[in-house]
Design a protein around this ligand. Sequence first.
Ligand code: ADP
Ligand code: MG
Length: 233
Amino acid sequence: MALVDIQGISKKYADQYALNNLTLSLEEGEQYAILGASGSGKSTLLYLLGGLEKADAGTINVSGRDLSKLSDSALAKYRNELVGFVFQFHFLLPSMTCEKNILLPAEIGSHKMAKVRKKIHDIAEHLGVAHCLKKYPYQLSGGEQQRINITRALSLTPKLLLCDEPTGNLDSENSAKVTDLIQDLAKEFGSTLAVVTHDPGVAKKFSKKFVLKDGHLSHESFFNQNDSVPPTP
Ligand code: ADP
Ligand code: MG
């Protein structure tokens, strides 16, 4: 069953299409890698899926909600209850401990805090960053900060986990480890996972991949599922 159904969406910035008539569906519980050159619309797609931006045309349906029809407050609720986001650049607030950073979305929504705290601890433990929870972001390495970001994204058991180049700042060994952890946890939580990546080593770990080109699906999309790099036409 499809969790996400995207029909003919377009998004323009100034005169330029970031996304141009894109149609795509993501199946519940499946894991996807999104590939494509810089500027091909990958981040824009994740922002639209996460309800951070609105499409100019077309529809995005997630778990029965038409995102284009939601009010700003309904979109905020959608983000809080259904979506986990790991951004390309870290978005941890420097003045708060990592634990406080992670708890913020739960405090905004109506969540059972004791349960969330326990879950955060369990995920951080699994990701090897439990010892970082009481520290401030600046006291952590890049890899630890990204694991804290992942802990935050997963803390409310999102149905849809969106990751924008989550391993962009990591060396290849840590990239592989972090990708494995994201995939394992998404599977455990039953989350649908979409990961934008440039890294062939990361892409290789996904059997379902699609390629964006100039704001729409490239005809190379859904190439041989065992290849990490699309064949030349
Ligand atoms: P990718 O993540 O694949 O590198 P993006 O989705 O960030 O691509 O961008 C797609 C296109 O839209 C690019 O040409 C980019 O310059 C443009 N774009 C993205 N966000 C904005 C914005 N907020 N304002 C203006 N142009 C934007
Ligand atoms: Mg991007």
